[in-house]
Design a protein around this ligand. Structure first.
Ligand SMILES: N[C@@H](CCC(=O)N[C@@H](CS)C(=O)NCC(=O)O)C(=O)O
Length: 228
């Protein structure tokens, strides 16, 4: 079944287009991926990244994507949306309390212990790349990320996934880790690289990525001349 369906009860927001460096990494991808994993139909509401309607702040207080709604909830924050989907689909989040909470702990680790540091690298390498201070700051950021990646690789301990089976925690962690691929840091950690590759090989990930990119391709002409 094709989860993209204009009549679906689940609605996800995404951007019609983003600059090339962000394509394939916008956070609606995490939700698309989870929905593909469980073959849940969803529709996408595309927003213009340059001018989001003021009313959108009622759905996402920071004007960001993704926002999510279905017949039961209206949510923002990719982690919360994934937990909601996990509570509906035990393939994504185990039902037993101890396992469920351990999975949620790993999801929060991805969001709170790894993503901020990955974000700092993005800040230095992308958003402030031509500014002199980044020359001093970058080695510190890379060192601290390297330490975290080493700890994460040890915790994974050669296992296939962070917990007993593939889960929403892996969706978050892999989404965060793959952002560092271009800078080469992931190559220093073969087990983490293999973990990311294993997740990216899942048909659900491939479909989600392809659907996000297809929207950008379709809207590219309207954004000609925007900053890369
Ligand atoms: N903590 C939020 C972060 C969402 C976020 O950073 N969204 C980005 C796209 S990946 C965004 O909408 N950026 C545009 C903006 O901030 O105006 C989540 O995980 O959902």
């Amino acid at each position: 079944m094709m989860p993209l369906d204009d009549n679906a009860a689940i609605e996800l927001t995404a951007f019609a287009w983003v600059p090339p460096f962000a394509q394939g990494y916008v956070r609606d991808l995490r939700i698309r991926w989870a929905l593909e994993e469980v073959a849940a139909p969803y529709r996408v509401r595309l927003l213009d990244v340059r001018s989001k309607p003021a009313e959108y702040l009622a759905e996402q207080p920071f004007g960001q994507v993704p926002a999510y709604r279905d017949e039961e909830v209206q949510l923002f924050e990719s982690g919360a949306i994934l937990i909601h989907l996990g509570l509906r689909h035990s393939e994504l989040l185990p039902a037993a309390h101890a396992e469920r909470m351990r999975t949620i702990a790993w999801l929060i680790a991805g969001l709170n212990s790894i993503e901020p540091q990955v974000g700092e690298l993005g800040s230095v390498d992308v958003f402030h790349k031509d500014e002199a201070w980044t020359g001093e700051r970058r080695p510190q950021v890379v060192d601290s990320l390297r330490r975290r990646f080493g700890q994460l690789q040890s915790a994974l301990g050669g296992a296939e996934w962070l917990t007993a089976g593939f889960s929403i925690a892996d969706i978050v962690m892999v989404s965060v880790l793959r952002e560092t691929r271009e800078c080469g840091l992931l190559d220093e950690f073969p087990e983490l690289s293999a973990y990311v590759a294993r997740a990216e090989a899942r048909p659900a990930f491939k479909q989600a990525l392809s659907d996000q990119l297809a929207a950008f391709r379709a809207h590219e002409p309207q954004f000609q001349g925007e900053a890369a």
